[in-house]
Design a protein around this ligand. Structure first.
Ligand SMILES: Nc1ncnc2c1ncn2[C@@H]1O[C@H](COP(=O)(O)OP(=O)(O)O[C@H]2O[C@H](CO)[C@@H](O)[C@H](O)[C@H]2O)[C@@H](O)[C@H]1O
Length: 471
């Protein structure tokens, strides 16, 4: 089968969060199942494109509002990513360093989708399935069905994956003229709440819709930032497929970002080296258990709870807490301010560091995920693979991947995204840490859990196959 993924992020080309991890891994695992798999991603001016060898394979032009915009398709020749990647280059618009945080994001998302579909339409051999990810690509299934110029694509099945329903990419109608001419009888498919809503459009128009865990799919029927009615209506074509992790990139035995590689048989010494390094670097106490948080400092991750969690915990308990993340200014400010209050047991790195994240997974004793909403969550699976015990709120994919130690499981779970629940879980963690025999036993068990993409890549293939027989 020939599958084309389209996404605004893809590791290691450009990563802001979990979307990149998924699009950098799922195609590789599908390719390993003997399919032809490629991804279409924007060209960013960053260290990846500085170092990569690229080949221009197509030059074209799209009508973009009142102007014609040239674009190029640049194929990644090296490094070998395990599947083919095509980068859409549009001068001044897409070729920037940062992925998001631009005032003209709407134009960036639109131009990327327009160039991607324009190029696909020129191909002699069309893909068997087009797989779009998140709102940045949500208009593609619509254009494939109803844009006159892309009539040829309307028999190609499209699948749309929601990685996070909170971000919907709404666009005002005064930008409608950027879209190619389409059958106006179907204009309603673009609309949600009097705005063009690419996430809603993707849900309405794709042949199948998936989210990244079964529990999140269920939750979306009740709470989907305004789209719950739509998701209930489209329920028959919606599926929850649990994300996997790339066990080649995330392998403590080979991970080049670690200070020392380790496996189950030498986990104690391997992890000790990383914990010691973290404690020295961040002035923490290496004899106390270490609880860490890695992620975007936003409400859905429960990041606003962190300052109170840190204060309440460190006032009553002898543990360390370390934070790696960036996001809301107020949360960043509070997390920085707390450093002076708890010198020697708390610290934070406000920013983004891929390398530090790997070292934290390898050195922290527990990983905190107090998420309010977690479509899947990858951090808990990275933590498990590296031997850190996850402390999670039972929501979305966290509920699907972590079982509490009280239920013969391997993690610590609580029900509510409130400070008290998280503090109580930390207390349970500290108690478990004191029982080193039990702690080590769990650690060895979690490192052997298979969360690789193999199973889920096969599930996606099964979904694609039903579409191909339907066309
Ligand atoms: N400051 C920082 N420095 C270094 N690394 C950092 C970092 N902040 C985050 N990361 C990394 O970014 C990734 C985050 O992945 P998640 O799945 O938790 O989150 P995200 O909310 O972005 O993704 C959305 O999409 C994914 C993929 O479908 C879903 O799992 C998830 O629930 C959904 O919210 C991990 O690789 C993590 O290590």
């Amino acid at each position: 089968m020939h599958i084309t993924h389209i996404s605004f992020e893809c590791y290691p080309i450009a990563k802001a969060g979990g979307l990149a991890d998924v699009v950098g891994a799922l195609p590789k695992y599908q390719q390993n199942l003997d399919h032809t798999v490629e991804a279409i991603v924007p060209y960013y001016s960053n260290s990846f494109t500085d170092d990569a060898e690229l080949e221009i394979i197509h030059k074209g032009s799209i009508r973009f509002g009142n102007e014609d915009k040239e674009y190029e398709v640049r194929k990644v020749v090296t490094p070998d990513l395990g599947f083919t990647v095509f980068l859409i280059y549009i001068e001044h618009l897409l070729d920037r360093k940062e992925i998001y945080d631009h005032p003209d994001n709407e134009e960036r998302f639109l131009s990327f989708q327009l160039a991607a579909i324009h190029w696909m339409n020129t191909l002699e051999q069309l893909p068997d399935v087009v797989h779009c990810h998140d709102h940045h690509t949500g208009l593609i299934p619509f254009m494939m069905q109803y844009a006159f110029d892309y009539h040829r694509l309307n028999r190609v099945p499209s699948i749309f994956t929601i990685h996070n329903a909170q971000y919907q990419g709404q666009i005002p109608y005064d930008k409608l003229h950027y879209l190619p001419d389409f059958d106006k009888n179907h204009i309603g498919l673009l609309d949600w709440g009097n705005l063009i809503n690419p996430l809603a459009t993707g849900i309405k128009c794709a042949w199948r819709v998936t989210t990244v865990s079964p529990s999140y799919m269920e939750e979306l029927q009740e709470q989907a930032s305004g789209l719950e009615g739509l998701l209930r209506h489209e329920k028959a074509k919606c599926f929850g497929v649990l994300n996997g992790i790339d066990t080649e990139t995330w392998n403590p035995e080979t991970d080049p970002m670690l200070l020392k590689n380790f496996k189950v048989s030498n986990v104690v010494s391997g992890r000790k080296e990383h914990k010691n390094w973290l404690c020295t670097e961040f002035n923490l106490d290496k004899d106390l258990p270490l609880f860490s948080f890695i992620g975007r400092l936003v409400g859905e991750k429960g990041a606003d709870l962190l300052p109170s969690i840190i204060r309440d915990t460190l006032k009553h308990m002898d543990v360390n807490i370390l934070i790696l993340g960036s996001g809301h200014d107020e949360v960043e400010y509070q997390l920085n301010a707390l450093k002076e209050e708890f010198v020697g047991r708390y610290n934070a790195y406000i920013g983004y560091s891929e390398k530090l994240s790997h070292i934290i997974y390898a050195g922290t004793d527990f990983l905190l995920m107090p998420s309010r909403v977690e479509p899947c969550g990858l951090n808990q699976m990275y933590a498990l693979r590296y031997g850190a015990i996850p402390i999670v709120r039972r929501t979305g994919g966290l509920k699907d991947t972590v079982i509490d130690i009280g239920e013969d499981g391997f993690g610590i779970c609580h029900n509510q995204a409130i400070v008290w629940d998280v503090c109580y879980s930390i207390e349970r963690g500290a108690k478990l840490y004191k029982d080193q025999e039990r702690y080590r036993d769990i650690q060895k068990r979690i490192m052997k859990i298979d969360h690789s993409w193999t199973q889920s890549a096969t599930e996606y293939m099964t979904i694609y196959k039903t579409l191909i027989t339907q066309k």
